[in-house]
Design a protein around this ligand. Structure first.
Ligand SMILES: [Zn+2]
Length: 399
């Protein structure tokens, strides 16, 4: 009896302490209660580049923003380093040859951390209004409504996670390009609006937190885990991001395969040049490449490490993520990389002075596979089926 009483008390104390800890350290990805305004960086202006907004222009000179008269009144809130419109309006924004129409609050931030003539343009857009511009940029217009709906839920979850992670530390949550998710601004594409409406406020959750719902164009058949392919953050250490078991339907699609031919010498130089950025000093010492091949795989069969051997028969083992990044890196002293190395699921052969890569999959392979989702939708799977396949055990929740 006393054993039970002591045990019970101890349990009770532990429980109280645990509750306190939970209150103190709220999970950063706790499902938000209010609506989210996504802060999208729609323009990145460097080295004195002039931005066009509606009929006016804006630039940064010595860390101070200057506008032409015609748009001065647009920015009713301003100090020298931050202009913004207090009300939501439709703007045309971009450089002279490439502009985007976007409705929201427009914020201009100088970037003295980068340079005195540098600034960012950030649109604050309510999330449901933001999503059609993402879907129109991420998917082919003729794709299946269920592909659009699954993508809408993934993109909504992803944007909310970016907002929760960055709202206190950065002036933007997402960019409008492929390193984040595409955003075309205001769009008329019916399929994009319908999918947003049909999935309104639906996100992927895991233990009452929002799932960072990464996705890529094509996994090539085998899933990557976010811990391997994105980063070692504890936010990635969750079941929905470990990768599903089993081959994906995309494996049989021709679109999932690629080929790249590169000069062996320039490829080696690119790896050398990426040593610093990737913090892998040994890459700098690679000499003439003899072979490149996957040497370690995850439990789904996707390469996680590759070994590069050079003419001295030295072997360099590189994480798949770092290899793909180095292979496609822009290096100022070298010509542009040429044919992209799209994924780490690859084989490589050397013929003369060239390396020829043959591979499968486009992108990091974590979470939803866009080509696979389209294939599944064509086989009568619903958007919920698609999400359950790509994010195992995640809840599909309306918030
Ligand atoms: Zn796939």
């Amino acid at each position: 009896m006393s054993v039970v009483a002591v045990g019970g008390l101890a349990h009770c104390e532990n429980f109280v302490q645990h509750e306190d800890e939970v209150k103190k350290t709220k999970h950063p990805l706790t499902i938000p209660t209010g609506s989210v305004q996504v802060r999208v960086r729609v323009g990145r202006y460097r080295n004195g580049t002039v931005a066009h907004i509606d009929t006016g222009q804006i630039r940064a000179v010595d860390g101070v923003l200057q506008t032409t008269k015609s748009i001065k009144s647009l920015f009713d809130q301003r100090d020298s380093s931050h202009f913004f419109s207090k009300t939501s309006k439709q703007f045309t924004v971009g450089v002279s040859e490439k502009q985007k129409v976007v409705t929201g609050e427009l914020h201009i931030h100088v970037r003295p951390d980068i340079g005195k003539q540098d600034f960012d343009i950030v649109a604050h857009v309510p999330i449901e209004q933001y999503l059609p511009g993402v879907l129109a940029g991420e998917l082919y217009a003729h794709w299946h409504p269920d592909t659009f709906a699954a993508q809408a839920v993934a993109a909504r979850s992803y944007a909310i996670v970016q907002h929760l992670n960055r709202h206190k530390t950065s002036h933007f949550d997402v960019t409008d390009g492929p390193s984040s998710q595409m955003f075309l601004g205001d769009v008329t594409l019916e399929a994009a609006h319908k999918a947003t409406k049909d999935t309104e406020s639906v996100i992927l959750t895991w233990n009452n937190t929002v799932v960072p719902a990464y996705y890529s164009a094509c996994c090539g058949g085998s899933a990557a885990s976010a811990l391997d392919a994105i980063s070692g953050s504890s936010q990635h250490d969750i079941t929905p991001l470990y990768g599903r078991k089993g081959n994906d339907v995309c494996a049989s699609l021709e679109a999932s395969t690629w080929r790249a031919t590169r000069s062996s010498r320039l490829f080696r130089k690119r790896l050398n040049a990426s040593a610093k950025h990737l913090k892998l000093p040994e890459l700098e010492t690679i000499r003439s490449i003899r072979s490149i091949e996957p040497c370690e795989h995850n439990k789904h069969g996707r390469p996680t490490k590759l070994i590069i051997k050079d003419r001295r028969r030295n072997g360099y083992i590189v994480n798949a993520k770092d290899f793909v990044s180095a292979a496609n890196a822009s290096v100022s002293s070298l010509p542009m990389p040429g044919d992209p190395v799209w994924s780490s699921t690859l084989s490589c052969s050397k013929t003369g002075s060239d390396l020829t890569f043959k591979g499968r999959g486009l992108g990091h392979g974590v979470g939803l596979c866009q080509y696979g989702a389209q294939e599944l939708a064509g086989q009568n799977n619903t958007w919920k089926d698609i999400l359950q396949w790509y994010y195992p055990n995640a809840s599909i929740q309306t918030v």
